[in-house]
Design a protein around this ligand. Sequence first.
Ligand code: PMP
Length: 285
Amino acid sequence: MSVKVYINGKLLPKEEATVSVYDHGLLYGDGVFEGIRVYSRKVFLLAEHVDRLYESALAIRLTIPMTKAEMTKAVNDTVAANGIVDGYVRLVVTRGAGSLGLDIRRTSDPQVIVIADTITLYPAEMYENGLNLVTAATIRNHPAALSPRIKSLNYLNNILAKIEGTDQGCVEALMLNHKGDVAECTGDNIFIVKDRVLKTPSTDSGILKGITRDVVLKLAREAGYAVEEVTLQRHDIFVADECFLTGSAAELIPVVQLDGRPIGTGKPGPVTGDLLKRFQEFTRK
Ligand code: PMP
C-alpha cells in the first residue's frame, strides 16, 4: 500500500504531498511540529501532543487554521488510512508560503502536514545494554533567545550537538544550558536515579517539556518513588546510580556512560528497568 500523507485536508500519495519552496517553514525553519507514537492502532497521548503543538504555535504567533478537534481527527484518519498498527506520526505546521523576507504578515496559508510511518531511533541492543553519551560543547538554546519549550522546525541547535555525539560514536549527546547545568539531550529528556530518588532537570533548566517525561514522572510517583524536578549538574550524572532518557521516539532507554565514565555499575539499573516495564504496560493500556 502506498504511503498517504495528509496535507491541508487531503490525503495524498506521498509523492504528491508537496509544499512551496517559498514556504517559510523551509526558508526560515518557521513552523512547529510534534512526534507522536502509535501503539496498537491508537495514537498515544494525542491530546497532550495536540495541546503542545498549539502552545508552540501560539508562542511563535502562528495561527493554526483548524480546531484541535479537527487536528485530532486529521491525525487519527491519517494513521487509519495507512493501516499503522505500531508506528510514529510526524505532525507539522509551517508558516506557509510568502515573499522572501521574515515578515510573517507577507505569508498566507499555513501548511498542516501529517505523516504516519514507522520509526526505529536506536538499535534494539541499546535498550538491553544502555547507551553512551558525550557532553556536547554546543549549549542548548538560551530560553530568552528561543525557548526550548517551543517545538519549532528550527532544530539546528540540537542537530549541531547531535553531530558532536555521532562524531564521537554516540547516538545521543548531553546538552548543558547557558548556566552550565544539565538541560537535556538532543532529542530526549534525561533522568538520573540517586539513592532510589528519581531526578530530572526542571523546566526552567531550558528544556522541551517532554510528554514522555511527564508520563514517566507520573508513573514513578504512582509507584511510590520520590521524584524531584531540580537543577542538575554533570557531576550529578557522574555520581548517579542510574541514568536514562525519555522521548516519544526513544521511549525509555538506559544510559550507562557519560564522557567515557561508567554511570553506577555501568549497566542498566533496577529502577530504570522497573520504570521501563511500567511505561510499556502504560502504552498497552
Ligand atoms: N527534548 C527534545 C529536544 C526533543 O526534541 C524531544 C522529542 N523528540 C524530547 C525532549 C522528548 O519529548 P517527548 O517525550 O514529548 O517526545
